[in-house]
Design a protein around this ligand. Sequence first.
Ligand code: ATP
Length: 384
Amino acid sequence: MQTKILRRYLMVEKVVSARNLTKTFGKVVALKNVSFDVDRGEFFLIIGPSGCGKTTLLRCLAGLETPDSGHIFIGGKNVEGVPTRERDISLVFQNLALFPHKNVYDNIAFGLRMRKTPEDVVRNKVENIMKIFGLEGIENRLPEKLSAGQRQRIALARSTIIGPSVIFFDEPLGNIDYRLRKKLELELKLIHKKLGLTFIYVTHDQEQAMTLATKIMVMNYGVIEQIGSPTEIYSNPSTVFVAKFFGDINMLSGEIASKGNGMATIKTDVGTFEARLVNDVVEKKIAYAIRPEKTYIGASANEFENKTEGKIISIFNKGSYFEYVAQLPNGVEFKSVSQKQAIPIDQAQMRVEVLLGWSSSDALLLEKPSVVPGINIDKVILGA
Ligand code: ATP
């Protein structure tokens, strides 16, 4: 009996599940065998380059597009043939589109009225949700008379009032300027946490992904490259594509020379380096990578077991940190960031020789270029 209850509980915890979704548009394969689960309370973020299938996936989940094959479960129920309005979901589109001619109250009440909810229940619920979202006293205002923060809260209040299992967002902060976007991101994150809602959020902005998500799904050419927490994706990318897509990374093409005692020695055309073996590697040809914040430059580089020389080509004072770019003898550029100034700024003009160093335990070994078949590893390593 207990096992049965536990099983049911676990099933309900998966708010959205996709199984082997495939969607084509003529010859374009927008989604290919896509399967994943989204747990209750997750801020599940879908990211990938333009055209990788993010919007198509969201539209399939929302019932705005029909997959060619595969299944979608929302709240444990197969939603094949179920129209959008009956899927127990809400949608927030680009720029948080509110009804411009409806006041705040009517915007928020919209979903309930569509469901023929009695007006006294609507009033109760709208007043309640306006309190939760800190929108009291502005019910009669039109959206144009509100701040961007208030508009975002109204869009969210409008979406949550119908009590959906999940809210879908398609680049809601796409065209908003940087400073305001950062403010709205923070607010969105706080609301998500406070209300324990389940969000599925599409973006191509990796900084946004790191800030907002509890889980990230990286897509490429209609397939899933990796699913994991922001830390997992950043610190333990499973492919070269993911490593390069997420943040800056220094990367060299190399070959495994030897392995043993949890360490590997890698030969590259600028030297032989070491890496701690976190996952075993079977391929000889690999990508050897280090994040800029783990790459030290100047005198401090001496302390590390891995060192190489380069010519410093630029130094940027970014306010709270310095960013250095050095060119290695093979032409590859290595970046280092640090809070302290390691090299005088004028040395960049003189292309002074500098030492770069890093710890073997911070180096990443990546043998898989991408989950997309037929992609050459050197092409991804060298790619922008
Ligand atoms: P972006 O970040 O640029 O919005 P995306 O990752 O959301 O891209 P999709 O919009 O899902 O990508 O598109 C995936 C692929 O499917 C692209 O090659 C796109 O051109 C194609 N596609 C999407 N919708 C249609 C359609 N209605 N008709 C034809 N092709 C389509």
